[in-house]
Design a protein around this ligand. Structure first.
Ligand SMILES: Cc1ncc(C[n+]2csc(CCOP(=O)(O)OP(=O)(O)O)c2C)c(N)n1
Length: 373
């Protein structure tokens, strides 16, 4: 169905979410219609934040907000849904729009398989009534469901539309760009070169796919890399766990700005622990590039100041390859926790592939490699 029709049927004037490639039609519609506008559309740091923000909107207006997200975000909403929205607590009505990655029977990446299996069940377990919208769902059907939903929402309960692959369409496109010049894949090639044989923990999305392909292009083993294919926002915590327990090895984390924002508290814990053997690199394109390029708030925040305030003894920002190479070398030499923010453009190769090894193979190879260190 056309996204404009879905929005019209839902009839809400406030949307908050974390972008999803499967909800690109909705995300692009919202960006074209509202951009980022406090009154109508806010991209929040994680889906739990979206849920709480939506709750605040309801408290202040009495109206029903919409939270949109990929199904990977269900884990992030469980706590605020169960202990804030639920009708045994504050009975706050919210409409969720959930992109269904990993739907059973439809091929998808390993990180989506289990989440795809439990997507509808998890919503139902959380007391959220779900209706699945597919390519063949008619506008009339959705209208009818929305009529039922209105009665449910009026009781302070929550409802969801689960969106199958290709179910929503939007004819307009949106171009997401910034003024940075370095491209992420080349930044990763420079990091790989500097990292020698050190382990690298890389973040969710195209960064990990580009790291995988960089190893292939270099004829190198994948054993050095732990690709955090799911679990967005957690790669720096994984790296902290590795760094603490492998004190004689240098450990790199290649992070994204969207991922850092999603669980920013991890930077405070990293700074407090300050492992001497860890280098945290944030590739900052101010966007959720992997899922379409929708903006994060990271273009307007000072990640270096945040890192320093969290206790990182070293933090710098670079926007040229010369400065990047220089800072990579300095970080290697100093034997102290270091953060390097790398300003990056928005975009990737069209023919970028996906890891050809399984997640389990990745883990086993990585663990075996760590044993050698
Ligand atoms: C909890 C969760 N929410 C949403 C997603 C979908 N998702 C995958 S990658 C990505 C964008 C990551 O942005 P960033 O860290 O800035 O990296 P970039 O894609 O820009 O390189 C999103 C939103 C996800 N995987 N998990």
């Amino acid at each position: 169905m056309k996204v404009e029709k879905l929005v019209e049927i839902i009839g809400s004037d406030f949307y908050t979410g974390v972008p999803d490639s499967q909800l690109k039609a909705l995300c692009n519609y919202l960006m074209n219609t509202y951009g980022i506008d406090q009154k109508h559309h806010i991209i929040a740091a994680n889906e739990g934040n979206c849920t709480a923000l939506a709750a605040g909107y309801h408290l202040a207006t009495g109206k029903v907000p919409v939270v949109y997200m990929q199904n990977s975000g269900e884990g992030n909403i469980i706590n605020p849904v169960a202990s804030l929205l639920n009708d045994k607590v504050y009975a706050i009505p919210v409409i969720f729009i959930v992109g269904w990655r990993g739907e059973p029977g439809i091929h998808d990446e390993p990180q989506h398989i289990y989440q795809g299996e439990v997507t509808v069940k998890l919503l139902e377990d959380m007391g959220i009534k779900a209706f699945v919208i597919g390519k063949d769902t008619t506008d009339d059907e959705v209208e009818k469901v929305m009529e039922e939903y209105k009665a449910i929402l009026a009781e302070g309960k929550d409802v969801a539309f689960v969106i199958r692959k290709g179910a929503l369409s939007y004819d307009e496109s949106v171009k997401y760009e910034n003024s940075n010049s370095m491209i992420r894949e080349e930044i990763i090639q420079h990091i790989v070169k500097a990292s020698d044989n050190d382990p690298i923990i890389s973040t969710t999305g195209k960064a990990s796919r580009e790291l995988f392909e960089t190893r292939v292009a270099n004829g190198q083993s994948h054993k050095y890399d732990f690709l955090t294919v799911g679990s967005m926002g957690h790669s720096s915590s994984i790296a902290l766990g590795v760094a603490i327990n492998k004190p004689n090895s240098r450990v790199w984390c290649v992070d994204g700005d969207g991922a850092v924002l999603m669980h920013m508290g991890s930077m405070a814990v990293l700074g407090a622990n300050a492992p001497k053997n860890m280098i945290h690199i944030i590739i900052n394109n101010g966007a959720h590039e992997t899922v379409g390029g929708m903006p994060t708030v990271a273009s307007n925040i000072d990640l270096v100041a945040i890192a320093k305030a969290c206790g990182y003894p070293n933090a710098v920002s670079v926007d040229t390859f010369e400065a990047l190479d220089e800072e990579l070398e300095k970080a290697k030499e100093r034997n102290e926790l270091s953060l390097i923010e790398v300003k990056c453009s928005i975009g990737a190769r069209d023919d970028l592939g996906r890891p050809t090894t399984t997640a389990l193979e990745n883990k086993i190879n990585f663990m075996n490699y760590l044993k050698e260190l």
